[in-house]
Design a protein around this ligand. Sequence first.
Ligand code: NAP
Ligand code: SF4
Length: 668
Amino acid sequence: MSPFPHLFTPLDLGFTQLKNRILMGSMHTGLEESYDGFKKLSAFYAKRAKGGVSLIVTGGFSPNFRGRLHPLSAQFSTKMAVRAHSKITQAVHEHEGKIALQLLHAGRYALHPFSLSASSIAAPISRFSPSKMSQRQILGTIRDFATSALRAKEAGYDGVELMGSEGYLINQFICRRTNKREDSWGGEYKNRMRFALEIVKAVREKVGHEFIVIFRLSMLDLVEEGSTHEEVLILAKALERAGVTMLNTGVGWHEARIPTIASSVPAGGFSWVTARFKGEVNIPLITCNRINTPHLAEDILASGQADMVSMARPFLADPEFVVKAQHNKVKEINTCIACNQACLDHVFKGKRASCLVNPQACYETEFVMERVLSSRQIAVVGAGMAGMSFAVTAAERGFDVVLYEKTDKLGGQFNLAKCIPGKEEFKESIRYFTEKLKRLGVDVRLNQVVTPLVLKGFDEVIIATGVKPRVPNIKGIKHEKVIDYQTYIKERPILGSRVAILGAGGIGVDVAMLLTHPPKQDLDAWLKEWNIDKTLSFAGGLASFSHEKASKEVWLLQRRNGKTGKGPGKTTGWIDRLVLQKRGVSLLGEVEYKKIDDAGLHLLIKGKAMLLDVDNVILCTGQASVNDLVSKVMQQGQKVHVIGGAQNAGELDAKRAIRQGVSLALRL
Ligand code: NAP
Ligand code: SF4
């Protein structure tokens, strides 16, 4: 008996069946526009179809030029596109998967001067002002959606998903926030939802009945002047009547200043939104957002909150997520830790998406695993993320690997990261690599201080010894109130009520989060922290709740000018900054540290002297590489490779460390 009976119950859509309840949600990978991208995309999707996912939704393709996100981004409307996309659909069908093309018109989110919208109101996240669509343009766009859907069918797609959420064009027509028209496409709700309904009707007319049409419905806009719950219900029912096969959940516009998928969002934190539609429509409902384990997905289905579960990033982290769940090998799943660092952060910078914990994602044709013919003996020193990712990949290729670690734990810096509120899931990466080391029979030696002598006889030596905290040269740095971040996170000593954090990089922000986190935060408390009204009584799902300040007074300091406490990620930095502001953390830049003494921390801020009478000072002032073994082992005449923080502490991050480990192991 499967441990996930609901997940693996087929879903009958009448004209076709989905073999399980797991949908791979739409993700833009950057391959859609790149040279040779379709070959790579085919390999990417084929691997996920082979891994058992029942229905894949592609990244968004615009039905016409003006709907593109930026001038060179993907469009699907021509016969030529049909030929190119046929490669993808064939590859997926060869593995008995199904695939739908997402049609997305960016509307006012388009980053070019030809953008169009219901009204001429610029988005706060775009520097371009859209033109108000004429009646002719509206009808033309509806036709373009229908033509693209027909072409999708010709290309072998099993369906389309119409992007009606996240604040894109269809959503812009639906909400008062962006639709100030006074004609038959604006004003009362009946008119504002007309654009969405006309698109569905036109699409259905072109593609016939035996074709999946998913509508991604913005069930919770999370912006002012968004739809009310009653309005969304009316639209959901009308969409069903217009011929939609399934309704997918959309939560939050891109311009909403509320996190919806970051790691700090509680797992499954929005499935209650989808549940409000159960019993109101008769078509299957798909839920999504922060679902990353089969247990959570099963619970959501078992509790009747939805009929199908959509996951996107978990399929970057592990293409075999479904088949591993099906065969009760959950411990072997490489879990998505919702960091966004290699997926969304890349896409927002115009780079190809990948995955921090699985650098092979979107590089399936480039990072190819080849078994070695003759094995070599390899020693890896340091079992942080760089060392472990190297060790498992090398062992998988057939090398004989010994992994040395001086502490009693695998995982290096991830053991610190997992203690930060909102980053608890980092422990899953340690679990995944630990399991894999075991399965591959890697000889792991904990509590082993490695000397050059220990390494004699190995064919290759990998130094992955990581970093140690940098201690800045400040008068009084040895004062008893000073502590480095590693010691603080590991030992959690009781601190006074006033604390200064020196250094506002990723780690300074993490420490500030840890210091100011409320003692207990369940889903309801988290929703309140972000002013989300679970009763759905107001437009956009927003309300205004009062917020308590943290019990500690905290200063987060940096020497540099510029934004303080923004964290390293484009898609998460703004969240960190907002949370810290809500909790009353003082973010100060252009600081010069003068001395630390019994009175506190003496500073110059923009040249002006100041004393922070703090009880403690936590050093988050960067790191220094630990690599003293390198030269000694080289002197023994051995081949040495240095990876991760040991190679470059300045740009230490887990994404680079894991990628370096995998890529070196594939090259050897
Ligand atoms: P970091 O981002 O380089 O920050 C180090 C901080 O120390 C900076 O604020 C720097 O700013 C300050 N600093 C450097 N030298 C100093 C000195 N001699 N005296 C006083 N201050 C000094 O590094 P980190 O915070 O240690 O993080 C390390 C890596 O971990 C980062 O690359 C990051 O990507 C990764 N990380 C990521 C996350 C995440 O959420 N994604 C979280 C934690 C860590 P000033 O020079 O302006 O003072
Ligand atoms: Fe998940 Fe991070 Fe990988 Fe993105 S980069 S898929 S968020 S683990």
